[in-house]
Write a protein that binds this ligand. Structure first.
Ligand code: PMP
Length: 431
């Protein structure tokens, strides 16, 4: 397709200044210049409904978060080797949302860094390096963590992938595993393999909502059998809640709580400070002490006063506006609207989600369940042309990924699904 000249010039400039292969969304990338609540505006003044962004968790340019950042930035911002109340007040408030055992935290600037620390904590605690992850996940971009990815496998990484093993990502649609026993069995096999190879087993790392895997439908407590296998083998359970946390799933503040497990380590990021770069690793005092002794960790920016003020304002907004309950209500409504669309369009094979993360797997036919990946791509691009921003994910990249800022309401869901209805009606299955 021919892009408008302003977009083409920006794309050329990006490639020249940032290098090749820097991803953008859509055949015609959106040039955003302003955001407010659940809305984005492009450089031509066109308004888009944002059904995708989980980073501006409490809404784009949330007034309370912006004010907290500005006030603290005016007073003091510095590195983290001084005494300051901000980080302590925040960690107290944050850890109060977890099981009592998870009472300490390290603040970082990204989810990748936080996952990197989590893996090193597992090593310092177990004396082993073997890590198990799913084969359709993503946990970040450091030399260590990037090696966990199986799609887009990094070709460089200091050979660290020798320590990693993969289990098939759960897929409730094609390979039902209603009580998680098959997943636990696959984990047990990889643990045995790591032990036999002499590497040993340190940890299982999963997103407890399996978001990057396409968020398969799972009964409460689904992860329990795998957690038991991990504990029995002397390993740790790391839950990467970078996408699934802070009330997004509506039923629980953390997705691991829905899974009925208490992880040894929880990793946080994206929505934590509404776009200000903040991540964290939450763990037990024992693991923290082991790690701090082994590594003497220091992070210049992680937990600085401005970051903590922004993160605290997010917790205030979630609480005062009761946004988790709101997510549950809107999510239930969205599910009903999706169900109605599934009765109309055979291409919708399976419905997914909970709270403010929902979607559907698109298939060529419901019998074979063959993924309609290319069709999904066209749908997403047409939605963008009509002013609705969302995306796709999962192993086959055929699951609609709808994960809006938490203030997204039923009126926004109506606009989203009315538009999706129109797009599905006009889009042929074959290109
Ligand atoms: N974990 C998960 C589950 C993620 O989805 C991501 C980012 N997409 C990360 C970790 C990495 O976070 P960051 O980009 O902040 O390093």
């Amino acid at each position: 397709m021919t892009l408008p000249s302003a977009s083409a010039a920006l794309i050329e400039r990006r490639a020249r200044l940032l290098g090749p292969n820097v991803a953008t969304f859509y055949d015609e990338p959106v040039h955003v210049v302003k955001g407010e609540g659940v809305w984005l505006w492009d450089a031509d003044g066109r308004k888009y409904l944002d059904c995708y962004n989980n980073v501006p968790h409490v809404g784009h340019c949330n007034e309370r978060v912006v004010e907290a950042i500005c006030q603290q930035a005016r007073r003091l911002n510095t590195h983290t080797r001084y005494l300051h109340d901000g980080i302590l007040d925040y960690i107290e408030r944050l850890t109060a949302t977890f099981d009592r055992s998870l009472s300490t935290a390290i603040m970082t600037c990204t989810g990748s860094e936080a996952n990197d620390i989590a893996l090193r904590m597992a090593e310092s605690m177990t004396g082993k390096r073997g890590i198990i992850a799913t084969d359709a996940t993503y946990h970040g971009n450091t030399a260590l963590v990037s090696q966990l990815s199986r799609s887009n496998i990094p070709e460089v990484g200091f050979g660290l992938d020798q320590y990693f093993r993969h289990v098939p990502a759960p897929d409730s649609y094609r390979n039902p595993d209603p009580d998680g026993a098959l997943f636990a069995q696959a984990v047990a096999e990889q643990i045995a393999e790591l032990q036999a190879s002499g590497i040993g087993f340190a940890a299982l790392i999963v997103c407890p909502f399996f978001l990057n895997e396409g968020f398969p439908t799972q009964a409460d407590g689904w992860l329990k059998p795998a957690a038991e296998v991990v504990r029995k083998a002397g390993g740790l359970l790391i839950c990467d809640e970078v996408q699934s946390g802070f009330g997004r799933i509506g039923s629980h503040f953390w997705a691991h709580q829905k899974q009925g497990v208490v992880p040894d380590i929880v990793v946080l990021g994206k929505p934590m400070a509404n776009g200000h770069p903040v991540g964290a690793v939450v763990t037990t005092p024992e693991i923290m002490a082991g790690f701090r002794t082994a590594f003497r960790y220091f992070n210049t920016f992680g937990g600085n006063p401005v970051s903590c003020a922004a993160a605290m304002a997010v917790l205030d907004e979630l609480q005062d506006r009761d946004l988790m309950a709101h997510a549950a209500r809107v999510g239930a409504y969205a599910h009903e609207r999706l169900k109605a669309l599934a009765q109309k369009y055979d291409v919708i094979g399976d419905l997914r989600g909970s709270g403010m993360v929902f979607g559907a797997e698109m298939v060529l036919d419901r019998e074979s369940k063959a993924p309609a990946s290319e069709f999904t791509d066209r749908v997403i691009n047409k939605m963008r042309q009509r002013g609705i921003i969302h995306s796709k994910l999962g192993r086959h990249k055929n699951t609609l990924k709808i994960r809006p800022p938490m203030p997204f309401g039923t009126e926004h869901a109506d606009l989203l699904f009315d538009t999706l209805d129109a797009v599905l009606a006009e889009t042929p299955l074959a290109a």
